[in-house]
Ligand binder design. Sequence first.
Ligand code: CMC
Length: 378
Amino acid sequence: MTVCEYRAGLEGVPATQSSISFVDGQKGILEYRGIPIQELAEKSTFLETAYLLIWNELPNAEDLGTFETEIRYHRRLKYRIRDMMKCFPESGHPMDALQACAAALGLFYSRRALDDPAYIRAAVVRLLAKVPTMVAAFQLMRKGNDPVQPRDDLGYAANFLYMLNEQEPDPLAAHIFDVCLTLHAEHTINASTFSAMVTASTLTDPYAVIASAVGTLAGPLHGGAAEEVILMLEEIGSVENVRPYLEHCMEHKTKIMGFGHRVYKVKDPRAIILQQLAEQLFDKFGQDKYYDIAVEMEHVVAEKLGHRGIYPNVDFYSGLVYRKLGIPTDLFTPVFAISRTAGWLAHWKEQLAENRIFRPTQIYTGLHSAPYVPIEQR
Ligand code: CMC
């Protein structure tokens, strides 16, 4: 069967059947395994949510405890991975470092037993456990410091902030970061998830699947947007400059980072929660002038582009939250990757359950029977 209509960006073309998450972009609904994101943000932890996404049920207390223990046990990096990271240039982007490290894990765990639930579980645990350690380790190493060893007495989110900032985080900061991880954990068939699924469909190893997804997430139209938002807020500099800046963007048809979404035509439900989290953080740890600029931007964009369904997406407020948590701007996307690893793994597992290699078609627009011109005549 050939579907002849070409849709740029595959807009509206179903690429799979999935029961992992659901988005209603008109109503602003996001559900993981049927559970509204607001409920998970309020009641669940990131690891509990990851378990739900990957194994299709909320774990009971015992299963969650076992899962958390396994993850704690696997947080440390092999010294060879650390040595490899020492060779990376400090000026390199942390997403490139993460992609290389995720791929390198495949060197150590090369046995491919994709029909063995124990292999699947071990890969899930290793990736969820080690991705945060790799992100934090690269951050310290590029500053010339030794990486901080993970701490077994700290939960997933608190341990990451500890490894990154070299001090134990405030419990509210750790809780808010955990909620951020939950909010970013999964989002149907976006570009990086699609990339993960295509890679998974070749039956390659899960480390290649995650490395492929990390590479795709890195672009500014996808996970890289949160970083761009902060750069944009810094460039705007004051609330008074918001309107002229946005009018200039609209006149020159420049995309406003952190706004717009292929699916959501209302404010992204995750942006609503992230804005509340940002306010909680600022109340406790001090205000951020960029927040006022962001709120004014949201107001002006709604006035000018709201009728076209362009509203804040998940990346608009997340950067402000991350900054307050002490996360450097160029680590926003790696932090997104830490969280989205859960969703990618869920799709990897779902893809394997009913696998068929992706092999779409194309509409050829080139020549036929073209002459071969000898090199001396070109
Ligand atoms: N600022 C100004 N105009 C916009 C924006 C924006 N942020 N987003 C969409 N539009 C306009 C766009 O110019 C186009 O107008 P026209 O029809 O006149 O050419 C129309 O809306 C449709 O935009 P599109 O780029 O064709 O829509 P898309 O579905 O292909 O792209 C998007 C979606 C998210 C890539 C896009 O909205 C965008 O580039 N936003 C800025 C980058 C960003 O914030 N990305 C994060 C996305 S959410 C998290 C994630 O996926 O990682």
